[in-house]
Design a protein. Sequence first.
Length: 256
Amino acid sequence: MKNLFIPFENIGKKPRLLIAVGWVVLVLGIWFLSSMGERHLFPSPQQVLQGFTELYNEGLVVHIGSSLLLCFSAIAIAIVISLVISYLSTVPILKPVAITISKLRYLPLTGITFYLAILISDARSMQIWVLVVFMSTYLTTSLLSMLNAIPQEEFDHARSLGCSRWEVLWEVVVKGRIDYVIDVIRQNLAIVWMMLVTVESILVAAGGLGFLIKNSDKFMNHGRIIALQIVILAVGLFIDFILNYLRKAFFRYSKI
């Protein structure tokens, strides 16, 4: 028991399972206690379950599909843009472009939507490109850090084999770091998924989980809001699990 409170202590699967179960029981206990009485901080479990039922009857699955389509459309475009910019940052004349895009992550979302509204008239395209711009800045930052972390020995090894500069870029950076790229995408995808609620409010008619939360908040239905938060968290964790599983399946000898 004492080992559970020692830093860097290695424990087995059974103690880890017991710790996880203990935390779940603690959280559920706090939830039950905080939802008791006439005035309470969180909605009761019964209200949340009722919220799940109402959401399902109102087409929750369709709204999840709409949010996933929006998310994956934006991610696909952002990945292509970020990878091209990051890989070409190894060319001196193009490196300032990549660094500048990386610094744009400090721009507020309001400023981004203002300029995109001038350029794009279609609301759905507006949603996609807001997420693309938002994710590209963070994804480019992570990819640049990945490139800077590549040991110089790997470049020297490729050159000693007679590779040209462009072949070194392809073999060491592009092919040699695919597993790292998948992990970077997995981490940055959480940012896009988190921003869905805000972005989907741009076009209410398209539906989505963001629309459901906004509508539930409008009518002060806290049971539905908590239920939607659980759905969003569960879908996000499932996507994260799939990407991590694919990385480990295709790159079994990855050191990540």
